[in-house]
Design a protein around this ligand. Sequence first.
Ligand code: SF4
Ligand code: SF4
Length: 412
Amino acid sequence: LTDKTPVAIQRIANDDVESAVFGALDLIGAASIMREGMTILLKANLLSANPPERAVCTHPAIVTAVIHWLKQFSPARIVLSDSTASISVGSTEKVLKVSGLKETCEREGAEAIPIEKMERTIYTVPDPLVLKSFPSATLIGEADLIINLPKIKTHNLTILTCCIKNMFGTIILGQKPKTHVQFPLVRDFEKALVDIYSVSKPQLTVVDGYLCQEGYGPSAGDIVKLDLVLAGFDGVALDTVVANITGVPVNRLYYLEYAEQKGLGTAKLDGIEVRGESIEAVKHAFKLPKGSTIGYYPVPLPRSLARRLGPALMKATITFDPKRCRRCGTCWKNCPVQAITPPASLAEGNVPSWNRNKCITCYCCAETCPYEAVRLNANIAKNFFTTWPGLSCVATLVAIIVVIALLAYFLL
Ligand code: SF4
Ligand code: SF4
């Protein structure tokens, strides 16, 4: 017996997802938390309307396997839900349909309901880091069991999206951009993620590591067939293991540090008992998103300096690919601070324009563009010489050199 948190890693062999899911859940003894007649909420990733092969939403094969496993315990009700990244009414229904998850639920006798279509409750965050309360589905508080079903993807803002980030979807449509506006600095936003996770803290998590995304994730990245399923009771530990598998810098995932501080789980490998495959055996370095230097410093900087330098120097420039853009309007309708304006004419070849000064780098535009036309590029050197923190550093340096030169002239 050990007091370490168990995390199971199972390989998916020959696309047999069901055996991997059952195997992972057995390895952590998940049956111990099950009883008959439960109301179970499956929190899937329903980011945007993409088919399973694009690896944006939780894969239907993972959801099917989890439902099959749950049926052994005769649940009263299984509800699959999420709220998509777009603010448009009806967008989550569209995602359910295109992702194949509506059909999966209908076939398996589960319900597929967008969070925004459920009865709502205002939840008070216990010991909030930054976010005191938020509205979400009443079912989050009433379900006997919440099972988190995140997918492993890189993410332009948070570098990695998996267990903790997936619960951001419990916030309803328009509340998401509001949260980005409220917490424009990445560290504060990640504190808000932890606050949201602490309200709905899932008792069980099954990670979809079947088809994943690297690079421009979480919706326009390249596909990685990782062929893994992970399971555990502690989402913080699972995120830590996933970061180690994918080579994402763990010290950049601030939300792990904050979640551990808040007592939501362990972010230290020596507190985790990995069962099944070892991390070493399944390691696969993911390409990181180009804007991923945001808020990440290879050397520790004083917090006050980092807060001022980070957003300006590490800010990604957003451009729109004229070959891909179809001027659909999704980006400018979803931008929470109106930093994107439509082109004067919707003729082919024209693209929206981006206002650097208004942009809070939430990357909702990249997440919601249906045609993967939004491009991000963080040019730190250019930012340094074109933004006031960089210019003020240069000015300070020049002033110091001038003072030294004057002193040397008059004193020597
Ligand atoms: S960049 Fe994408 S979301 Fe924006 S108008 Fe073009 S296609 Fe639509
Ligand atoms: S332009 Fe894109 S990244 Fe910037 S605030 Fe708008 S949606 Fe967010």
